[in-house]
Design a protein around this ligand. Structure first.
Ligand SMILES: C[C@H](CCC(=O)NCCS(=O)(=O)O)[C@H]1CC[C@H]2[C@@H]3[C@H](O)C[C@@H]4C[C@H](O)CC[C@]4(C)[C@H]3C[C@H](O)[C@]12C
Length: 326
C-alpha cells in the first residue's frame, strides 16, 4: 500500500509513503534540464524542466515513482492493481502516446501546473508498454498536484479518467470516486469533543480526549488509510517555517505508517513503509526517511547543475542515526 498527500503552509509540500515488501533499488534522482529523454513513441526530448524524485535508474533511465519539477508541480504513482488498464498505441498521429513508465517525466518535463497537465492529458494515450522484460508494466494510478490543487489520473478499461482531487490525498484501490464517496461516512468526525446527540437524557461523558474522531479507521486497508490521512491532513495545523512544515508533513503521513509484521502479503512476507518523502515543491528539496532510518535526510535539486545532462543519484540512507545526549 502507499499513501500520497499534499500540504500547504507558506510553501507547497508534496510526498508519499512507499509501502511494499521489497525494494527495487530506489535512489533520489535529479534529472537536469538537458538530460536527453528518449520517449518510446514521442522521440527524444533534449531539454525539459528539471525534476527531482525517487526513481529506480535502469540502464541510465530514471524510472520515477514520485517527483516534483522546478515549477512546483508534483506527481506520484501508486498501485492500482486489478483496476489499471492501459490503452493501445494510437497510430492516428493526433495523440501523444506515452508508456506508463514514462508518464511522470512526460508530464513533469513539460507542465508547470495542474492546468497544463490537464491540457497534456487531453492529448495523451497512456500505453501499457513495459520498460523491459525484467521490469514489466506497473499497474498504477497517479496524483498530480501544485499549490492550487490536485487531480487523480486513472486509466481503466473504460478509458482515461481525470478527477478533481479536493482532499489532495491518494492511496490504492478502489477507484477514486469510490474512495471519495466513502468519506461521506466520516463527515461527523471532528477534532473537537463530541456533544451527546446520541441520547441526551442518558448521562454520557467524554471520558477521554480525542473522542470526536472515534470511528476513524485504524487499519492498513487502502480505504481506511485514505480516510485517516484525509482527516489528519484536513485538520492539520502547523507553523509555516520550513522545519515546522516538514515536521508536520511527516506526522501526517506517519498516521498511515506500516510497521513490519502487521500486513502479511505472503507467507513470512510483510509490507512495510520503505520510505516516506516530503518535497518542498517551491524550493526543489526532497526530504525523506526510511524504515531503518528515521532521521530526515534532504537532497536539494538546486545544489546540482540543473543545466547539465547527467543524472545526479543519491542512494537511500537506511540506518538509524541515534543522537546520544550523554
Ligand atoms: C510498488 C510501488 C507501489 C507501491 C504500492 O502502491 N504499494 C501498495 C501495495 S497494494 O497493491 O495496495 O497492496 C510502485 C510505485 C512506482 C512503481 C515503479 C515505477 O512505476 C517505475 C517502474 C515502472 C516499470 O514498468 C516497472 C518498474 C518500476 C520501477 C515500478 C516498480 C513498482 O511498480 C513501483 C515502485
Amino acid at each position: 500500500m502507499c499513501t500520497a498527500a499534499t500540504y500547504k503552509t507558506k510553501n507547497f509540500y508534496f510526498g508519499r509513503t512507499l509501502d511494499y515488501e521489497f525494494s527495487y533499488g530506489d535512489e533520489i534522482t535529479v534529472t537536469p534540464r538537458n538530460y536527453p529523454f528518449e520517449f518510446r513513441y514521442m522521440g527524444r526530448k533534449d531539454s525539459h524542466y528539471a525534476m527531482i524524485g525517487m526513481a529506480h535508474v535502469a540502464g541510465g533511465y530514471p524510472l520515477y515513482y514520485d517527483a516534483i519539477n522546478e515549477k512546483g508541480l508534483g506527481m506520484a504513482g501508486l498501485n492500482f492493481v486489478g483496476n489499471a488498464a492501459y490503452q493501445e498505441v494510437d497510430e492516428s498521429g493526433d495523440r501523444d502516446n506515452v508508456a506508463q513508465y514514462e508518464f511522470i517525466p512526460w508530464i513533469l518535463g513539460s507542465c508547470a501546473s495542474v492546468g497544463e497537465a490537464r491540457v497534456a492529458l487531453d492529448r495523451m494515450t497512456l500505453t501499457g508498454t513495459p520498460f523491459s522484460e525484467q521490469l514489466p508494466t506497473a499497474q498504477l494510478h497517479w496524483i498530480i498536484a501544485d499549490r492550487n490543487g490536485a487531480i487523480t489520473v486513472e486509466c481503466m478499461a473504460d478509458g482515461l479518467h481525470v478527477y478533481e482531487n479536493p482532499v489532495g490525498v491518494l492511496t490504492n484501490n478502489p477507484p477514486f470516486p469510490q474512495q471519495m464517496f466513502l468519506l461521506n461516512q466520516y463527515m461527523g468526525l471532528s477534532p473537537k469533543q463530541p456533544l451527546n446527540t446520541f441520547a441526551p437524557e442518558v448521562g454520557l461523558n467524554t471520558y477521554s480526549r480525542g473522542m470526536g474522531a472515534i470511528g476513524l479507521p485504524g487499519d492498513l486497508s487502502s480505504t481506511s488509510r485514505f480516510a485517516r490521512v484525509a482527516f489528519v491532513k484536513q485538520n492539520s495545523l502547523s507553523g509555516d517555517s520550513e522545519a515546522e512544515s516538514v515536521s508536520q508533513f511527516f506526522h501526517i503521513l506517519g498516521s498511515v505508517d506500516q510497521q513490519r509484521g502487521c500486513c502479511e502479503v505472503a507467507s513470512d512476507k510483510y509490507e512495510i513503509t520503505i520510505y516516506t518523502s516530503c518535497c518542498n515543491a517551491d524550493k526543489g528539496i526532497y526530504y525523506y526517511n526510511t524504515y531503518e532510518g528515521h532521521q530526515i535526510n534532504a537532497v536539494d535539486m538546486n545544489r546540482e547543475n540543473l543545466d547539465g545532462a547527467e543524472l545526479a543519484r543519491y542512494p537511500l540512507i537506511q540506518r538509524e542515526n541515534i543522537n546520544w545526549q550523554n
